[in-house]
Design a protein around this ligand. Structure first.
Ligand SMILES: NC(=O)c1ccc[n+]([C@@H]2O[C@H](COP(=O)([O-])OP(=O)(O)OC[C@H]3O[C@@H](n4cnc5c(N)ncnc54)[C@H](O)[C@@H]3O)[C@@H](O)[C@H]2O)c1
Length: 265
């Protein structure tokens, strides 16, 4: 039986993961796309972590390759996109997962440093635009393509730090612009807005900042209406899979919250 993204060529930026007990959003999405038939290039600043994801895909019988790139570096981003096109002949799916907050020195307005804010803009916003900039020409030539950018419910909720909230709001605006400007080329661009998800990126950064692990987990679980439990990376991966698949062929420019109802509570 054909998979839901059978034979599509996908590139996942941030497809490795922060070390920790659970699975990250980018890795779960790369695994699910491969399980549903896509050939996946897994890109990460940390090549060893991308290679771990590829080994997991290969172990499950899927097709994938790993590449190193830092999304802050335009030449590196362009090179891995060209490599993906060379390897798979096309680019059907661009999945932009890279993003961070506390790990990049995020803070409230009066405490945030200029250097940290610029660094967060570079990683969370400019890096996503760079990947889109270099994948779009191939998609336009094909007359098709799907882009999913990972934003955050921090955009719509009370969130204590400036850099993450503002750059993730920028991701929504970037995606809407891409959707509008590229619809004529058959290219769709959508956002996923994760709520509180039990990933190492979310938990370990707070533990490293001095918060007790049990308290971090309990506080996050308590504030999710559906099941009083955080979501998992698979919840994000399934939403992304749908948006990248032909099932979502008439959907572009949307921002899909995946938050267990927290946004309406
Ligand atoms: N976990 C949550 O609760 C939550 C909530 C809202 C949004 N998100 C979003 O989900 C995404 C992260 O999810 P994850 O669980 O996969 O995180 P993760 O940290 O496990 O994975 C991100 C990957 O990106 C890589 N990376 C970091 N900086 C990079 C750079 N400059 N260039 C290339 N690669 C780089 C890291 O090495 C890592 O492997 C982020 O966009 C984040 O904002 C998460």
């Amino acid at each position: 039986m054909a998979g839901r993204v059978q034979d599509k060529a996908a590139i996942v930026f941030g497809g490795g993961q922060t070390p920790g007990e659970s699975i990250g959003n980018g890795r779960a999405t790369a695994l699910l796309l491969a399980r549903e038939g896509a050939r996946v290039m897994v890109v990460d600043r940390n090549l060893a972590s991308a290679e771990e994801t590829v080994a997991m895909i290969a172990g499950a019988g899927g097709t994938a390759s790993a590449a190193a790139a830092d999304v802050r570096d335009e030449a590196q981003v362009a090179a891995v996109i060209a490599r993906c096109r060379d390897a798979y002949g096309r680019i059907d799916i661009l999945h932009n997962n890279v993003g961070a907050s506390l790990a990049l020195g995020d803070a409230p307005a009066t405490e945030l440093t200029l250097e940290a804010f610029r660094g967060i803009v570079d990683v969370n916003l400019i890096g996503m635009w760079l990947a889109c900039k270099h994948a779009l020409p191939a998609m336009r030539e094909q007359g098709s393509g799907s882009i999913v950018n990972i934003s955050s419910m921090a955009v719509r909720e009370g969130y204590p730090y400036v850099g993450y909230k503002t750059t993730k709001a920028g991701v929504v605006a970037l995606t809407e612009n891409l959707a509008y400007a590229n619809a004529q080329h058959g290219i769709r661009a959508n956002c996923v807005m994760p709520g509180l998800i039990n990933t190492p990126m979310a938990i370990e950064a707070r533990v490293a900042a001095g918060m007790p692990r049990e308290q971090v987990v309990a506080d996050r679980n308590r504030s999710v209406p559906l099941g009083r439990k955080m979501g998992s990376a698979w919840d994000i991966a399934h939403a992304a899979l749908f948006l990248h698949s032909d099932e979502a062929g008439f959907i572009t420019g949307v921002t899909l919250p995946v938050d267990g109802g927290r946004g309406v509570s």
